[in-house]
Design a protein around this ligand. Structure first.
Ligand SMILES: C[S@@+](CC[C@H](N)C(=O)[O-])C[C@H]1O[C@@H](n2cnc3c(N)ncnc32)[C@H](O)[C@@H]1O
Length: 249
């Protein structure tokens, strides 16, 4: 069954996702489907999404939800792979509790408060714990345009501004050499912010969809950068300088 089919046939605890997300998730999560993945979803609410993830990933090792609402601590799941940590995602205590249960994860979904501040700090806190080759997902980014969530199209410090800056880090080798990577974050965090972007070097790709962003972490053994330029073929009547073996001339 596809994720959409699983989702639409779900009869247990309520899950709440936009239709587009199901299609995007199907595309990006399919390669992980029959692997022993560990995943974390911030934002549990009624617990339905955790149940659906457990069905979508039959070999999953752990499916951990985190929610600030104490009522989520009363949720009971028949699948022993599902557990819930109650607390605000970005406190030391919650971070410790999550990472003591699941030290690293293959998939991380931020469907929590949707405020720009929480989205950015969750990324700074949890992306370093994402496994190589893992996926970091942020949902409901329409909130980045809403003042009530710390958003606004012209604001320099929104979650979307941060994620767009992250896309620049994908192309980090092509910046002016003298450009300080941390200074690229000044508009978001203010001067002298002290945010260390070292882990951003592991961002392989950033994809944007309506309200959703997928950040891929570089797989193990993948070397950063473009790799060698590869030209193939023997006919080049328009631009012969691209013939294999001639580029350096
Ligand atoms: C949109 S709901 C989650 C829906 C669920 N993921 C689903 O797909 O059905 C958002 C949840 O995030 C929780 N939340 C809000 N702020 C949070 C925070 N700082 N840390 C963790 N959870 C938070 C809310 O209590 C709420 O239950």
């Amino acid at each position: 069954m596809t994720l959409r089919e699983l989702y639409l046939s779900h009869g247990g605890k309520v899950a709440d996702k936009w239709a587009l997300y199901l299609d995007v998730y199907e595309r990006v999560l399919a390669p992980y489907r029959n692997k022993p993945v560990s995943m974390v979803e911030v934002g549990v609410q009624n617990g339905g999404s955790l149940e659906i993830w457990a069905r979508y990933f039959p070999e999953a090792a752990a499916i951990l939800g985190c929610d600030i609402d104490p009522k989520c601590g009363e949720l009971r799941f028949s699948d022993p792979r599902i557990s819930v940590v109650v607390g605000p995602a970005n406190t030391e205590e919650t971070f410790r509790e999550i990472t003591s249960r699941v030290p690293s994860f293959d998939i991380f979904i931020d469907d929590g408060s949707h405020t720009s501040r929480d989205i950015v700090f969750s990324f700074l806190n949890y992306f370093p714990r994402l496994s190589s080759g893992g996926l970091y997902v942020v949902e409901d980014l329409h909130c980045a345009y809403m003042p009530a969530f710390g958003g606004g199209i012209h604001r320099p410090d929104t979650s979307m501004a941060f994620l767009k800056a992250l896309a620049d880090f994908v192309n980090r080798p092509w910046w002016e050499r003298a450009r300080d990577p941390a200074a690229h974050l000044d508009p978001i965090f203010g001067q002298g912010h002290g945010v260390d972007p070292a882990s951003f070097a592991d961002v392989l790709g950033v994809s944007f969809y309506d309200s959703m962003c997928i950040i891929e972490k570089r797989p193990p053994a993948a070397t950063p950068g473009l790799g060698p330029r590869i030209t193939v073929g023997t006919e080049a009547i328009v631009e012969p300088r691209v013939l294999p073996g001639l580029q350096a001339q």
